[in-house]
Design a protein. Structure first.
Length: 216
């Protein structure tokens, strides 16, 4: 099993962020996943630029920034300046997705597109060749610690089919309810990046949890 793992900081201890990030620095995690929520696109508010900049100072892992916000276009440069290596926007939040993706890449970041659970992968047919990452939400976005939606496996199979048909090779990331029981099955369905919040930050030893998700 050779998936990458991106611990989601949303489940960290926000009173001890630097300590928790240091534990991830000392693990085999590939990215640090950071969730930005605006209270409009999702019914929750997480953090803004000052906190993201502080996270970037502490993190040795590249930041995988997941925007759950409306109108992301106006903030793309600021997310780059705050340290994002991958910037993922939601399909449902972007009227001019092609322009947004190009803007992210022009700023030197990898560009991702995320799909809510009810959004079919087929809507990506005319953009999939231009993105570096597709994020399949396997819970409804907004909160950590929710239950994985089982229907996601057939959605992943349809995504892989679309990638074959379009000869495109984005990273395939899943986010929400990823745990030790479903990680291997997800990788067998073509997932290349596992996001895991409560599974990593709720574990007594975060580095061990990362290894276990990697099947090591
Ligand atoms: C939810 C966030 C996730 C969240 C995942 O909207 O996008 O990244 O932190 O948490 P778990 O892994 O606990 O489901
Ligand atoms: Zn996320």
């Amino acid at each position: 099993m050779k998936a990458k793992v991106a611990p989601s900081l949303l489940s960290a201890d926000f009173g001890n962020l630097a300590r928790d990030i240091e534990e991830i620095n000392n693990s085999e995690a590939d990215y640090l996943h950071v969730d930005i929520m605006d209270g409009v696109f999702v019914p929750n508010i997480s953090m803004g630029f000052p906190v993201l900049k502080a996270i970037n100072k502490s993190s040795k892992k590249p930041l995988d920034v997941h925007l759950m916000i409306v109108n992301p276009d106006q903030y793309i440069e600021r997310f780059r300046d705050a340290g994002a290596a991958i910037l993922t926007v939601h399909y449902e939040a972007c009227t001019h997705l092609h322009r947004t993706i190009a803007h992210i890449r022009d700023c030197g970041m990898k560009a991702g597109v995320a799909l809510n659970p009810h959004t079919p992968v087929e809507v990506l047919a005319d953009i999939i060749q231009d993105v570096d990452l597709v994020l399949i939400m396997t819970v409804n976005p907004g909160y950590g610690g929710q239950k994985f939606i089982e229907h996601s496996y057939s959605k992943l199979s349809r995504l892989i089919k679309l990638m074959d048909e379009t000869n495109s090779h984005p990273m395939v990331e899943v986010d929400g309810g990823v745990n030790f029981d479903n990680a291997e099955k997800l990788v067998n369905h073509g997932v290349s990046v596992l996001v895991a919040g409560s599974t990593v930050f709720g574990a007594p030893n975060k580095a061990e949890a990362v290894l276990k998700l990697k099947g090591k």
